[in-house]
Design a protein around this ligand. Structure first.
Ligand SMILES: [Fe+2]
Length: 166
């Protein structure tokens, strides 16, 4: 017998609060990555992704509205951990030739976390008969995937350039 009365919808709302926290945190942190990046290409990628992140946040707010709830964030320990690692990279490699490779790695860790979350949210939204929410999540997921692919490309460039110079 189940002791708790919690439902998939409760879990869905919790997850929504988690990614809402994460997106806001990402929005706040991206300027630091822009600042730390060496190449103009990487600076631009982070700057552009910050603009997209504004949309990610407002799409989540729309889903809260659909649920009749005001937007609420719940501390996401995972994103905090990923960001602490990013800070360490900047601290330890900020003045080195490896900084862009390190920042690409941090950015990709963030994107993959988000991709995992949005993938799950899409499935649950469909399950909960919220196709419009699923569509909003899918639009964001596409942008996270594109950002990840761009980072892969920039990362290869950063690594190749350094090994050519060595
Ligand atoms: Fe995002």
């Amino acid at each position: 017998m189940r002791v708790q009365q919690k439902t998939l919808k409760d879990l869905f709302i919790d997850q929504l609060k988690d990614i809402y926290f994460a997106e806001k945190q990402i929005y706040k942190t991206l300027p630091k990555l822009v600042q730390a990046a060496e190449s103009a290409e990487l600076k631009k990628a982070f700057t552009d992704h910050r603009v997209q992140t504004e949309d990610h946040i407002s799409r989540l707010e729309t889903v809260f509205e659909m649920l009749g709830k005001s937007p609420q964030a719940k501390t996401c320990e995972a994103i905090k951990g990923i960001m602490t690692e990013g800070d360490e990279t900047i601290e330890e490699y900020g003045e080195s030739e490896a900084i862009d490779a390190g920042l690409v790695a941090s950015g990709q860790a963030v994107e993959h976390y988000e991709m995992a979350r949005y993938g799950t949210l899409i499935a649950w939204a469909k399950q909960l008969a919220m196709p419009d929410a699923a569509k909003l999540f899918a639009a964001t997921l596409q942008e996270e995937k594109a950002a990840d692919q761009l980072l892969t490309k920039i990362g290869l460039g950063a690594v190749n350039k350094k090994s050519a110079a060595a």
